[in-house]
Design a protein around this ligand. Structure first.
Ligand code: GBH
Length: 478
């Protein structure tokens, strides 16, 4: 291999699953149809100043009405799997009570359509669209929400459990907790460190309770169960000679505790890390962790889903020099790092995507190897990787070379991690199509398929064709 990760010709094993991913609120639209109740993202996106240009998921990609043609699109791309999420408020408008038959029918049709085309369905139960009624009762700061999530998981297990290949409980609980309740840049837009840490625990509890409820309901012995985490690849800040700054080790440890071990601890070890509890003792006493909870959060999983986009580089702020806000959340009202607001996220070397995120394929290799070393018997799946760039349609073609280059480097990195012994089962590119990019609205395009937001017409980008070629040949194309 070459040191810059721009390889071609690397082959992937026959059972490696190449797919693409989306999330309900980002693509579906049809926000008021067939009994769907409001979610926290409906409320948040309609609150002035929260989402760029006041964009909402009201129409999004109108996927709800274009299901069949979108399924055909997946088939044309040659996808082997499709990772989607289920909108909880379509199933239970207020987050409680019996299943809404029409909501269930939509996902049932989706799963059948995938299977009919030979595409493996991977469903995430929660990709951030909490029923608003549950938020009104405290949302993820209310322990009851974890139990409501388990009820919902049981409903879905009964409804789709005969066909679903792989289940994921939560997508990126880091974002739900720290961006939703800490920095407030995501719904419900609360800015409280204590609320964020309370949410961390109730999300961990929801994962565990939801997983057991699913297992009880699903009648398919080979179904697989997982959670998806956006594990942070954290690097120490260095001086001009490349030496790690003395204060950086402390910063790496603190961010690793909050971002990574706050979830892997309870989910995979059955304990919160002692240093996390100490670091945050001035924020909360963690009394919301009740006796027996850590047995509930610690459920066996078959695969760990890893979402990877970029690296972060940290040191401790000296309290004097102007602060870098390169974590992308510097202008938020609150901090996404409760108790560690004195960690500084320093400017990284680039190049950057349109999100301003550092492009670092070596970080993906390192992260996968690192997670594998921590959990040697746990198979991994990349459940999201991709990039936003400023795409343009010219003569009906989107020549997104930057995205092809990004994907090539990250597939190379994944391949290298496998060469180094990582049990990596598949790769779901984010995203199947351009969509509602949360607080950025429709201004950032991650798709391998372009969406025209006036006509809602889909155009496969060159990266989509490139990916199709990778899937067909099972090796990284020229
Ligand atoms: C995912 O979240 C989501 O699951 C998905 O819905 C979303 O559309 C997609 O990614 C793209 O955003 O500024 O360098 O410090 C990504 C979560 C958390 C990833 C913050 C980048 C900051 C990187 N993001 N993180 S940096």
């Amino acid at each position: 291999g070459t040191p810059d990760y721009r390889d071609s010709g690397l082959e992937f094993p026959a059972d490696f699953v190449f797919g693409s991913a989306t999330a309900s609120y980002q693509i579906e639209g049809a926000a008021h149809e067939d009994g769907r109740g409001p979610s926290i993202w409906d409320t948040f996106s309609r609150t002035p100043g929260k989402v760029l240009f006041g964009h909402t998921g009201e129409v999004a990609d109108d996927h709800y009405h274009r299901l069949d043609s979108d399924l055909d699109l997946m088939q044309r791309l040659g996808l082997e799997s499709y990772r989607f999420s289920i909108a909880w408020p379509r199933i239970q408008a207020e987050g409680t009570g019996p299943a809404n038959v029409k909501g269930v029918a939509f996902y049932s049709r989706l799963v059948d359509g995938l299977l009919a085309r030979g595409i493996t369905p991977i469903a995430t139960l929660y990709h951030w669209d909490l029923p608003q009624t549950l938020e009104d009762a405290g949302g993820w700061t209310n322990r009851d929400t974890s139990y409501r999530f388990a009820d919902y998981a049981h409903i879905m297990g009964e409804a789709l459990g005969d066909r679903m290949a792989m289940w994921t409980t939560l997508n990126e609980p880091w974002c739900s907790a720290y961006l939703g309740y800490g920095s407030g840049v995501h719904a419900p837009g609360i800015t409280s460190g204590r609320a964020a840490l309370t949410a961390v625990h109730h999300l961990n509890l929801a994962h565990g309770l939801g997983l057991s409820a699913l297992r009880d309901a699903v009648r398919k012995p080979d179904a697989q169960y997982s959670a998806t985490l956006n594990l942070h690849m954290i690097r120490p800040a260095r001086d001009a000679d490349g030496e790690a700054l003395p204060a950086s080790a402390e910063a790496v440890r603190r961010i690793d505790a909050l971002a990574n071990r706050a979830f892997t601890g309870p989910m995979l070890h059955g304990a919160y890390p002692a240093d996390l509890l100490e670091d945050t003792a001035h924020v909360t006493d963690w009394q919301f962790v009740r006796p027996g909870d850590l047995e509930l959060t610690h459920q066996p999983i078959d695969v760990l889903g890893v979402n990877y986009y970029s690296t972060v580089t940290v040191t401790m702020w000296d309290g004097v020099s102007p602060r870098s806000n390169a974590d992308g959340h510097g202008d938020a009202a609150g901090s996404p790092w409760p108790g560690s607001e004195d960690v500084e996220f320093v400017q990284q070397p680039g190049p950057y995507t349109a999100m301003g995120w550092n492009i670092a394929p070596d970080g993906l290799e390192e992260l996968l190897v690192d997670v594998h070393e921590q959990f040697p018997t746990l198979p991994l799946m990349i459940t999201e990787n991709g990039a936003a760039f400023d795409d343009e349609v010219r003569d009906g073609v989107v020549q997104d070379d930057a995205r092809i280059d990004y994907l090539r480097r990250h597939f190379t990195a994944a391949h290298r991690a496998m060469q180094r012994g990582v049990d990596l089962r598949g790769y779901q590119v984010w995203s199947l199509m351009d969509n509602f990019e949360w607080a950025y609205g429709y201004t950032k395009r991650f798709g391998i398929v372009h969406v025209d937001y006036d006509s809602l017409e889909r155009t496969i980008k060159q990266s989509g064709h490139w990916y199709g070629e990778l899937i067909r040949s099972r090796s990284i194309p020229e």
